[in-house]
Write a protein of this length. Structure first.
Length: 277
């Protein structure tokens, strides 16, 4: 007896989105290189689950998102959609819903994650792939990587955060030009515009991402997560409210073991050994 299709798809997605933890760093890897890591519905579910898993694991302090092959993610699996089987197809039952539950959608999870996220772009990030990369806290691009905001060229809108991120990162006019034209940006152009933190030779991408992740992971994790939380909240509140909320975060941190360790290591002129408590 053949296995139900949903089970087969779930098992396929497990091999198409890989998860590994090394020390305090979790690496999530899109692994569908033969399709340029285009996203299927099972992959969406698997990616969301792994992001939640990493965020809930107390041993994980930083999450790296990357991919295999020559593309980071070329967006929606258009070939499946056009054949009537993928996301956005006429036969996509989930796509036919009139209401959507986005709590477990990867873009929403990324935005609300407590752990710092680094996107290591090994190649092109188009459409959904671009939005996903923009949803990470830090981006490092290989020299061969590029951003392709091709949404309007496919008859859709940046559906996973692009219309929210780009105006905040670049200002209205630059964001409008990129979105309205569907322009493709090289790694160099992305660096000049501030869309990526670093551009490195392709062979140095993962070593650089891991080095940065290790630098972050060496710090007090509760403090790092609190700082990220305050940065996120600060996007939508005035200065006075923000300072008040920061002090509400600060007071509990001053009671932690990590705070005492931070002071002791400074006075004793030694590296700190933070425990996350």
């Amino acid at each position: 007896m053949s296995k139900p299709q949903s089970i087969q798809e779930s098992r396929a997605a497990e091999s198409e989105v890989l998860y590994a933890v090394d020390g305090n760093i979790a690496t999530i890897t899109l692994n569908r290189p033969e399709r340029l890591n285009t996203i299927s519905r099972p992959m969406l579910a698997q990616l969301g689950q792994l992001l939640l898993q990493a965020d809930a694991d107390p041993a994980v302090r930083v999450v790296i998102l990357t991919a295999t092959g020559r593309a980071f993610c070329a967006g929606l699996d258009v070939s499946s959609a056009s054949s009537g089987t993928g996301i956005g197809s006429q036969n996509d039952a989930d796509g036919a819903r009139t209401t959507l539950d986005l709590k477990t959608a990867p873009p929403t999870i990324l935005f609300n994650m407590e752990k710092p996220t680094i996107c290591a772009l090994n190649g092109a990030a188009a459409g959904y792939g671009m939005d996903t990369a923009l949803g990470c806290d830090i981006r490092i691009m290989a020299e061969s990587a590029k951003f392709a905001a091709a949404f309007v060229k496919r008859g859709i809108v940046p559906e996973s955060g692009g219309t929210w991120f780009l105006p905040r990162m670049l200002g209205w006019a630059k964001a409008a030009e990129i979105i309205f034209t569907g322009r493709t940006l090289s790694a160099k152009e992305s660096l000049e515009m501030g869309l990526t933190n670093h551009v490195v030779p392709d062979a140095e991408l993962m070593p650089r991402a891991r080095a940065l992740a290790s630098e972050i992971a060496a710090n007090a994790p509760l403090a790092v997560q609190s700082a990220k939380r305050m940065m996120r909240v600060g996007l939508s509140e005035n200065f006075n409210d923000h300072v008040h909320h920061v002090f509400l975060q600060l007071l509990p941190l001053m009671r932690t073991q990590d705070f005492r360790e931070g002071l002791a290591s400074f006075l004793e002129k030694r590296p700190a050994d933070f425990k996350g408590r």
